[in-house]
Design a protein around this ligand. Structure first.
Ligand code: IPE
Ligand code: IPE
Ligand code: MG
Length: 255
């Protein structure tokens, strides 16, 4: 029994892994005559409300898209703000996440020289502090791009082929999956995108091959645990077929 829950959610069928493309901060700010960066700041309470909601609902993996490999195309002020915002957020919130039993992991190209050293340090602190936690894993997809992730996996496999440790004939879907950033991460069951946009924007391209997508018009700063529960309820109405025929379709010649 979850006391805040007002929508229908089957607690026995909660997605193990939920990915969220947190979009719409800039539009939320513009609508209020604020700077785009104030929209990002307003996204923080939304994120933490969602963390609490996900914990209550029993979600085991929560991956949030915080900065894409394409977001470097924004103006310098906004990019710098986002870098510093991540530093501040980790400093202010890591103890809270730790107390909640959340394991924090960053996924993306952290070796990129454009990523400030202080952020790399804060990431390491948060990952170290929370590494033994088991209640939920929260993955920050930061300087993340699905295409680059697959390219890096291919490069690692190519090096293996070159040095003889991998036979090219043995390269399978599993070989690629084992060379992604987080080989132990289960594929997302549900990917939510806020703000009404209906595209992946390079998020979890490989891993989300069979994810259910839920698009909501809600701008990220207005998102909360209730909207998360509503999205999970929508997910639960879907029939995940993984290529199988629809149950009960006329086509079985043995009948
Ligand atoms: C998402 O909000 C946050 C990041 C991409 C970092 P946006 O900043 O993309 O907001 P819109 O899409 O401009 O409204
Ligand atoms: C995707 O949102 C990236 C994040 C939410 C971090 P964008 O706002 O960057 O995506 P596009 O450019 O509209 O596709
Ligand atoms: Mg956007």
């Amino acid at each position: 029994m979850i006391e805040w829950l007002t929508t229908e959610v089957d607690l026995d069928n909660v997605p193990v892994h939920v990915g969220i493309i947190m979009d719409g901060n800039g539009r939320w700010a513009n609508a209020r005559g604020l700077h785009r960066t104030q929209g990002h700041a307003a996204g923080e309470p939304a994120l933490f409300d969602v963390v609490h909601g996900a914990l209550d609902l029993g979600v085991k993996w929560l991956t949030v898209y915080t900065f894409s490999t394409e977001n470097w195309n924004r103006d310098e002020y906004e990019v710098e703000f986002l870098m510093q915002f991540n530093v501040d957020l980790l400093e202010r919130r890591r103890d809270e996440l730790n107390d909640l039993g959340v394991r924090v992991i960053f996924m993306g190209d952290l070796d990129d020289e454009r990523v400030p050293n202080v952020l790399r340090d804060r990431i390491r602190d948060a990952e170290d502090l929370t590494k033994d936690n088991t209640t939920m894993t929260m993955v920050f997809a930061f300087n993340y791009g699905g295409r680059v992730e697959i390219v890096e996996a291919c490069q690692a496999i190519a090096r293996g082929v070159a040095d003889g440790s991998i036979d090219a004939r043995d390269v399978t879907v599993d070989t690629i999956a084992e060379h992604l950033y987080l080989p132990d991460m289960p594929d997302p069951d549900l990917v939510i995108r806020t703000s009404g946009e209906q595209r992946t924007s390079n998020f979890l391209l490989w891993e989300a091959a069979y994810s259910e997508y839920v698009f909501t018009p809600v701008l990220w700063p207005d998102f909360d645990r209730h909207e998360l529960a509503r999205c999970i309820g929508e997910y639960q109405t879907r029939d995940r077929r993984f290529g199988r025929a629809v149950d009960g379709s006329l086509g079985d010649i043995t009948e």
